[in-house]
Ligand binder design. Structure first.
Ligand code: GTP
Ligand code: MG
Length: 342
C-alpha cells in the first residue's frame, strides 16, 4: 500500500503505516452539507461510504444518481479497498507495537505485551482483575518505549461507570509520571446504552484525527449493555448482529491506525459443563471469532491471578501468574514465568 505523509510525528517509525485518515467531507463532490447528511445516516467514515448502496445515498443526500455514484467511487479510492501483497502484509505486521501489562510473565504469554492491530479480550469473573489490567494499560501506554509503553494516549469507553481517575493517578505515580498529565491524555466516554456504545466507537476516528498519539482503546466492558438490553432469545439475532458490527469496527480501527484494542467481558455459568471450569465468556462465538487474543482470568491462591491464553492464532496456549496490588499489575517474585501447556 502506498505510504503518504501523514501527521508530523516525532520519529519516522511512528508514522501511520496506512493512509492518513480523511474525513468524508473532504472527498470531491461532498462538502460539509452532504457530509453531515451522510454522517447522520450512519456513513461516518470512508469505508462505510465506500460500501454504501447508491440508492440509499441518493435518498439520504437528495442528490442525483451520477453524483452519488461518483462519491461512492471516490470513497472506494480513498479507502484503498484493494488487496495487499504478501510482502505489503508483512510490512504492515512489522509496524505492530506492544504495550506492557506490567507483568513480565503476562507479557511473555501475550508474545510481548498487548498488541496493536489486534483486539485483546479479557474475560473472567467479577474481581478477577479485568478492569485493573485496563487501568494499567492506560497508564503504561503513556510510558516511553524503553519502559514498555508507546509514548501514546488512550481512549476509554466505560459502560459500567467503573473508570476511576484516582486509580489512574495512583498507578501513574508508581511509574513516576505526572498523574494529571496522564489523566489529561485519556479520553473517557461513558456509554449508557448499546446504541450509545456504538456511537462512541464511531467517534474514535475523529478523536484520533485530532490526537494521532492515541494508541490504545479500552472498552470496559464490551457486553454489559448488550446483555442488559437484549434479554430473551427473541432478540438474540439482533443483538449478535449489532455486536458483530461494533467488533468489526473496532478491528478496523486497530488495523487502520495501528492501535491496540483491549476489551473486557463477563462470564456466565455453563451448567452443561461437568468438568473443568464451568464458565464461558458472554457474547457467544462472535467475540471469539473477532478477538485476536482471548485471555481467561481467574483468581489463584494467595490473591494471585492466573491468566490463560485461549485461541491465539500464533502463540501456544499457556498460563501466566501475576499479582494485583496497590502498585498495579506486577510479577510474582520467583514464580513469575509463563508456563506453556501445549
Ligand atoms: P468486574 O468488573 O466486577 O467483573 O471485575 P474485574 O475483573 O474488572 O475486577 P477488577 O479489575 O476491578 O479487580 C478488582 C480487584 O483488584 C480487587 O478485588 C482486588 O483484589 C484487586 N486489587 C488489589 N489491589 C488493588 C488496589 O490497590 N486497588 C484496586 N482498585 N484493586 C486492587
Ligand atoms: Mg471491571
Amino acid at each position: 500500500m502506498a505510504k503518504k505523509d501523514a501527521e508530523p510525528t516525532d520519529s519516522a517509525e511512528e508514522k501511520p503505516f496506512e493512509e492518513e485518515y480523511t474525513d468524508i467531507k473532504d472527498l470531491p463532490g461532498v462538502g460539509a452539507t452532504i457530509a453531515s447528511k451522510l454522517k447522520s445516516a450512519g456513513y461516518v467514515d470512508m469505508i462505510a461510504l465506500a460500501t454504501a448502496n447508491p440508492m440509499d445515498v441518493i435518498e439520504v443526500c437528495e442528490i442525483g444518481e451520477p453524483t452519488a455514484k461518483k462519491i461512492i467511487a471516490e470513497a472506494r479510492e480513498a479507502a484503498k479497498m484493494n488487496f495487499l501483497s504478501g510482502l505489503e502484509f508483512e510490512e504492515k505486521r512489522k509496524a505492530v507495537q506492544r504495550i506492557s501489562t506490567g507483568s513480565n510473565a503476562l507479557d511473555i504469554l501475550l508474545g510481548g505485551g498487548v498488541e496493536s492491530q489486534a483486539i485483546t479480550e479479557c474475560y473472567g469473573e467479577f474481581g478477577s482483575g479485568k478492569s485493573q489490567i485496563a487501568f494499567q494499560l492506560t497508564v503504561n501506554v503513556q510510558l516511553p518505549k524503553e519502559k514498555g509503553g508507546l509514548d501514546g494516549h488512550a481512549i476509554w469507553i466505560d459502560t459500567e461507570g467503573t473508570f476511576r481517575p484516582a486509580r489512574i493517578e495512583q498507578l501513574a505515580k508508581v511509574k513516576g509520571i505526572d498523574p494529571k498529565e496522564v489523566l489529561q491524555n485519556i479520553k473517557v466516554g461513558r456509554a449508557y446504552s448499546s446504541d450509545h456504545q456504538i456511537l462512541l466507537v464511531d467517534k474514535i476516528p475523529d478523536l484520533i484525527n485530532k490526537d494521532p498519539k492515541i494508541k490504545l482503546v479500552v472498552v470496559d466492558s464490551m457486553m454489559s449493555l448488550f446483555r442488559a438490553e437484549y434479554v430473551g432469545r427473541g432478540t438474540l439475532a439482533d443483538r449478535q448482529q449489532k455486536l458483530n458490527v461494533i467488533l468489526h469496527n473496532l478491528q478496523r480501527l486497530a488495523d487502520r491506525f495501528n492501535i491496540a484494542i483491549y476489551i473486557t467481558n463477563q462470564v456466565m455459568a455453563r451448567p452443561d459443563m461437568m468438568f473443568g471450569d464451568p464458565t464461558a465468556p458472554v457474547g457467544g462465538h462472535i467475540i471469539g471469532h473477532v478477538a485476536t487474543y482471548r485471555i481467561y482470568l481467574r483468581k489463584g491462591k494467595k490473591g494471585l491471578r492466573v491468566a490463560r491464553l485461549v485461541d491465539s492464532p500464533s502463540l501456544p496456549e499457556g498460563e501466566a501468574t501475576f499479582q494485583i496490588g496497590t502498585d498495579g499489575i506486577t510479577d510474582v517474585e520467583e514464580e513469575g514465568t509463563a508456563k506453556k501447556t501445549k
